[in-house]
Structures are given as structure tokens and as C-alpha cells.
Design a protein around this ligand. Structure first.
Ligand SMILES: *[C@@H]1O[C@H](CO)[C@@H](O)[C@H](O)[C@H]1NC(C)=O
Ligand SMILES: *[C@@H]1O[C@H](CO)[C@@H](O)[C@H](O)[C@H]1NC(C)=O
Ligand SMILES: *[C@@H]1O[C@H](CO)[C@@H](O)[C@H](O)[C@H]1NC(C)=O
Ligand SMILES: *[C@@H]1O[C@H](CO)[C@@H](O)[C@H](O)[C@H]1NC(C)=O
Ligand SMILES: *[C@@H]1O[C@H](CO)[C@@H](O)[C@H](O)[C@H]1NC(C)=O
Ligand SMILES: *[C@@H]1O[C@H](CO)[C@@H](O)[C@H](O)[C@H]1NC(C)=O
Length: 399
């Protein structure tokens, strides 16, 4: 009897455990998908699907677990929309089709697609965002009008955290492809951002006021900076990026407002090809005080880049600044290691630093940049910069 009671107790315990297991596994809810077609999106490339996308977003954002807005194959026209959090769980956009921007100038505001206040956002799917830039570029008069109105960025991320964007193409943005503002812990990889070399202000990825951003394994070729880091950026790692055409990988411009800073930036294993600049820091002159520090540039291959390495502390695109005015942005602790390839201009290494805040702790380690044009070979230029050089130095270092 006693042993039977024991056995039934064991059986009871086992079935209780089995039940636990079942209820435990049933807790792992599968991903949920909100197909935009269910909210009457039409993939004819003409119908404005803004309301359908917003309805699908609302469902996905309010659902527990991992919930996706799903955009199947097809061409979906989308107006200016804001996908706003906070959301309940992990919220995703699975983009397999093409999403196409408005071409009506009445809709040229600062943003096309905005993600705001979202934590745990995922965007992927191999699809395309088509900014229809050709409809807007002729409206860009920023070269002659200092108060020019910005054209829409394709994707804007404002206050987005712990998120990942991957396997996505962005084509012909009207201005910036991806704009990150006040973001933290964002990973961007395997994206392809393209616009013609002569399209105005079509930066690839512009980052401001953000921390912990990783960009890797991506191809960026545009009419402006491949990647631009402006005020308030810290802890960025850019690796395995192929950049060009465009204006290169840039920090700045800085100094137009008080105390602008950029720190802890790493650019590793990148190819920069047929761009106006390679690795650039630019600050206004005159300027407010500010600081840029802890920059590491390593294993960079340049192919016919006009200014492969350049610190431009005399930035004044409006050309109405005093020639004697100096930048007060300090640049400190920058290392360039294993930078090789070809320069399209004679001054392959160009440090134009401020006379009032000279650059310091600049290191050149194994630089091999050839210039094959008239008046060669390549040269370096150093103004107001302190640092050291080791290893190969072609052009001869001036540090
Ligand atoms: C960064 O975000 C990812 C999700 O994309 C998350 O898994 C990871 O834990 C976050 N890292 C930190 C340090 O918060
Ligand atoms: C850069 O170019 C080299 C030589 O063409 C190639 O081996 C390497 O994979 C390229 N890297 C990237 C990130 O495109
Ligand atoms: C970067 O690219 C190189 C070669 O192109 C490859 O060996 C390496 O694994 C890549 N790194 C990452 C983190 O993808
Ligand atoms: C530069 O990096 C060092 C080492 O990580 C750190 O201690 C220092 O605070 C950084 N500088 C700035 C201005 O953040
Ligand atoms: C310089 O920056 C590197 C990272 O780029 C960092 O490891 C190092 O500690 C910094 N040195 C100082 C003196 O801040
Ligand atoms: C050009 O930029 C400088 C420096 O910011 C500024 O002082 C000046 O007013 C600007 N001029 C025009 C015409 O925008």
C-alpha cells in the first residue's frame, strides 16, 4: 500500500511537471504578423496607403511579444507617416516589397517615414524604400539659400533605442537616407543606400545626439556624406562599409553652436572609393568652443579619393567668414592606422587645425597613399597639429 501511494505520488508529481512544461512552452508565443493588405493597402504603386500602414502599426505596437507590420512583395505608395511608440513588445517592420514616397511638392516636409519613441524596433526583409528623389532635388536650393527648407529624409529615428535595421535598401532619398536623433544602441547592417553622385544633400546615415551606434557590412553611395556624425555623438563603430560615391565618412560640421562634441568613434575595415573626402573632421571658423576626441581609423582602403585624410577647421561653406577667424573646436587623440590606396589630389594627408585650439595626440601609423596626377608625388600638410608617426609614411609625414 505504502509503496503504491508512493508510486501514485511520483506519477502525480511527474504529470504536474509535464503540465508545467506544456504550459511553459505555450508561453513562448509565436511572432504575430499584421499584413498591411488586411488593412486595405493596395500594391498598385498609386494608392496612398498611409492609413492602412498606420492601422497595422497600431495593432503591432499594442500587441505582446514579437509583432510585425508585414509589407509583402509589391509596390506600395506611402505618404508622410509617423510610427510612434512606446509599444508593448518587440515591434517590427518586415518589408519584402517596395515602399514608394510621394512626388507631390506639397508633401515635401522634413520627413517621409518617422519612427519615434520606440524601444526594441526591428526593420528587415530585403525590401526597398524608394524616396523618389528626382522629384525633389530640383527644389533644393541650399547652395544659394542659407535658410533653405530641408527636403524629406527617407527614414527618421527619433528617440529610438535597442533596435536593429538590417537587410534593407534605400534608393534615391530626397535628402538623408537614414537620420538618427537621440538614439541609443542601434545596429544597422547589410543595408544598401544609393543616390546619384550629383544629388544634393543625400547623406547616407546622419547621426546626432546618439550613443552606441554600430554600422556594418553595408554599401553606401550617395551625393553627400556616406556617414555624417554631428553634435552629441559618442561610441560609434563603423566597420565593413563600402562608401562611394559621395563625400566620405565625416564628423561635423561642428562649432556653429556652443559646446558641440563628438567622442569615441571607430572606423574599421572600410573601402572608400571615388569620393570627395575619405576620413574627414570639419569645424566652422569662426566657431563656438567644442571638442572631438578618441577617433580610431584602421584598415581603410582608398580608391581615387580627393582628400583621403582631412581635418578642415576652416569650414565656411557660405564663404562670408573672416579669413583670420579661428575655430575653437578642439580635436584630440586621433589614430590613423593602415590607411592605403590612391589619392586624387596631391595633398593626401591634410591637417588644417585651429591656431587657438591646435589638434593634438594625432598618430599616423602605416600610411600608404599614392597620387599619380600632375605635380606628384603625394604630400602632407600640417597646420597647428601635434602628434607622432610610425611605420610606412607615404606621403612623408609632417607630424
Ligand atoms: C542593444 O539592443 C539589443 C536589441 O537590438 C539588445 O539585445 C541588447 O541587449 C542591447 N544592449 C544593451 C547594452 O542595452
Ligand atoms: C574592400 O576591397 C577589397 C579589395 O577590393 C576587398 O577585398 C574587401 O572585401 C572590400 N571590403 C569591403 C568592406 O567592401
Ligand atoms: C568584414 O569583412 C571581412 C572581409 O571583407 C571579413 O573577413 C570579416 O568577417 C567581416 N567582419 C564582420 C564583422 O562582418
Ligand atoms: C577617451 O577615451 C578614454 C579611454 O576610453 C576615456 O577615458 C576618455 O574619457 C575619453 N575622452 C572623452 C573626452 O570622452
Ligand atoms: C585615445 O582614444 C583611444 C580610442 O580611440 C582610447 O583607447 C585611448 O584611451 C585614448 N587616449 C586618451 C589619452 O584619451
Ligand atoms: C556664414 O557663416 C558664419 C559662421 O557661422 C556666420 O557668422 C555668417 O553670418 C554666415 N553668413 C551667411 C550669409 O549666412
Amino acid at each position: 500500500m505504502a509503496s503504491n501511494a508512493f508510486v501514485s505520488e511520483i506519477i502525480g508529481l511527474l504529470s504536474f511537471l509535464a503540465l508545467l512544461c506544456i504550459s511553459d512552452s505555450s508561453k513562448v508565443t509565436p511572432d504575430k504578423f499584421f499584413d498591411v493588405r488586411r488593412y486595405s493597402a493596395v500594391s498598385d504603386g498609386k494608392t496612398d496607403n498611409s492609413q492602412a500602414f498606420l492601422k497595422a502599426w497600431r495593432e503591432a505596437c499594442n500587441c505582446d511579444g514579437k509583432c510585425w507590420v508585414s509589407v509583402p512583395k509589391g509596390t506600395y505608395k506611402l505618404g508622410n507617416v509617423g510610427f510612434v511608440g512606446p509599444c508593448k513588445g518587440v515591434t517590427g517592420f518586415l518589408i519584402r516589397g517596395a515602399i514608394v514616397a510621394p512626388t507631390d511638392p506639397a508633401q515635401f516636409t522634413e520627413r517621409w517615414i518617422l519612427f519615434q519613441y520606440v524601444e526594441n524596433l526591428l526593420i528587415k526583409g530585403g525590401g526597398t524604400l524608394d524616396g523618389q528623389g528626382a522629384s525633389a532635388w530640383p527644389h533644393n536650393d541650399c547652395r544659394i539659400n542659407p535658410h533653405c527648407k530641408p527636403l524629406p529624409a527617407t527614414l527618421s529615428f527619433d528617440f529610438v533605442t535597442h533596435s536593429r535595421i538590417h537587410h534593407l535598401k534605400s534608393l534615391n532619398s530626397k535628402s538623408v537616407h537614414f537620420n538618427l536623433f537621440a538614439c541609443n544602441n542601434i545596429t544597422i547592417n547589410k543595408v544598401e543606400l544609393t543616390a546619384p553622385a550629383d544629388s544634393p544633400n543625400t547623406d547616407g546615415i546622419r547621426i546626432g545626439q546618439s550613443n552606441h551606434i554600430k554600422i556594418s557590412q553595408s554599401v553606401i553611395g550617395t551625393g553627400d556624406d556616406c556617414i555624417a556624425m554631428i553634435n552629441g555623438v559618442r561610441n560609434v563603430v563603423i566597420s565593413n562599409v563600402s562608401c562611394g560615391p559621395g563625400h566620405g565618412i565625416s564628423i561635423g560640421s561642428l562649432g556653429r553652436a556652443s559646446n558641440e562634441q563628438v567622442h569615441d568613434i571607430k572606423v574599421l575595415n572600410c573601402n572608400i572609393s571615388n569620393t570627395q573626402n575619405g576620413l574627414r573632421v570639419k569645424t566652422w571658423a569662426p566657431s563656438f568652443s567644442g571638442m572631438v576626441s578618441n577617433l580610431t581609423y584602421q584598415n581603410i582602403l582608398m580608391n581615387e579619393v580627393s582628400n583621403p585624410i582631412i581635418f578642415d577647421q576652416n569650414y565656411c561653406p557660405n564663404r562670408s567668414c573672416s579669413k583670420k577667424a579661428q575655430s575653437r573646436v578642439k580635436i584630440s587623440n586621433a589614430t590613423f592606422k593602415n590607411i592605403r590606396g590612391t589619392s586624387r589630389s596631391k595633398i593626401a594627408v591634410n591637417f588644417q587645425c585651429s591656431g587657438v585650439e591646435p589638434c593634438d595626440r594625432v598618430t599616423l601609423d602605416n600610411i600608404n597613399l599614392a597620387y599619380h596626377g600632375p605635380g606628384g608625388p603625394a604630400e602632407s600638410l600640417c597646420r597647428n597639429v601635434k602628434g607622432t608617426s610610425t611605420g610606412t609614411q607615404r606621403p612623408p609625414a609632417c607630424l
